[in-house]
Design a protein around this ligand. Sequence first.
Ligand SMILES: [Zn+2]
Length: 451
Amino acid sequence: MSVLLIEKGYLLPGNSSGVEIPFGFILIEDDLITVVSEGDPSEQVRNTANEIIDAAGQIVMPGLINAHVHLQQSLVRGLADDRAVWDWVQNVAFPVYGEMNPDEVYLATLIGMVENIRSGTTTTTDNQTVRSKAGNFEAAFRAAKDSGIRYKLARGFNERGVPDQFIETADEIFEDMAGLYEAWHDAENGRLRLDFNPHTLYLVTEETMLRVNEKALEWGIGMHLHTAESEDELNKFVQETGMRHVEWLADRELLGPHFQLAHSVWLNGDEIEKIAESGAVPIHNPVCNMFCGSGVSPVPQMLSMNIPVAMGTDGQACNNGQEMMDTLKWAINVHKLNSRDAMILSPEQVIQMASRNGAFAFGLPEDIGSLEPGKKADLIIVDLDDPRMTVPTLNLPSLLVNFARAEDVVTTIVDGKILMRDKKILFLDEDELVNEFKQARTGLLKRAGIH
Ligand SMILES: [Zn+2]
């Protein structure tokens, strides 16, 4: 058994009591947290440890959960700047996605994971919104297996409204999903998971949505859907169906705790009520919503109704970053600005969105999202040495949200394994990965005709 001891840290367990431990230790046995305690460990406890991390002057907290990303967008990052969403999706993303092969998906996913791990993320839900070449979904899972990150593939599909090469029939979707479910769901000590990911409501049929939802419930997996992201797409959907997105989903009784509503920007009061009643999980992507000019999600209202709103960065091309630690500050400030109320959200609420609520979105609310005995050892250590962090009072949540940046994360641990220590990624050579990735990307963009 491997025993890892983290001692002398400021502990922010992030459990429902909100208690902080100004000086304490955490014991990890294999993949699980077994002790979270104040003070110093006994000599006996110290002697059982194979490895000891001294976290003096550092914050130990739950790993952040990035509940909505598109890691293959590493390949098209920087090509969507200052363009409308559907313009760059059609003219940049689709030509590249149509060409990318499993080796390229593997490298893009892996480099995206490194970026997440560096900035304090221990868990990601990765949307691959289209099926392109055979083996691409498997390549993403292989990258997750090799990196050690906790990972869920939201396997995308489209039945209309996209180039022909991405269109799949319901039977094709089910057959492929069955193979992925068998091979990858719950694999690697439960670290890997799978979701159905109808790209968005206007790109799939009603019949398939109903079938897929039934299958998701039968298999015990999630549904992940881009929902009410921009006003434009909502208006078009209303014209087509006479209903708003969440209204349509609720009318068909699809919503439940397994259902993740990425973005949830354009919601009315009735729809928020329906989300609250159903237990569905909205995912707030504040930086992407600003980047794409989509609007401001009614997050404070949803949180006040005990809806477990989770948080994400969205893809590298519609945010340009994967830094969840930095997203905390964007998240609190966008709502202060929008409401003109400096008290509209607390730092504690923002951290909860990125940790405990993210665990609901990932489908493991009992296992991840806080530091408690019996939970998975997914945690990060944040350094307080930077001059930026020298403040007279040690209010940990405020320090993390208002002062900390991605580069302050020094150590990232997932499932009890150290993936980054003292800012060094341990599972691969980063320079080699960057070189390989750049080469692959250059070849791919050339093949796709993107200059
Ligand atoms: Zn997205």
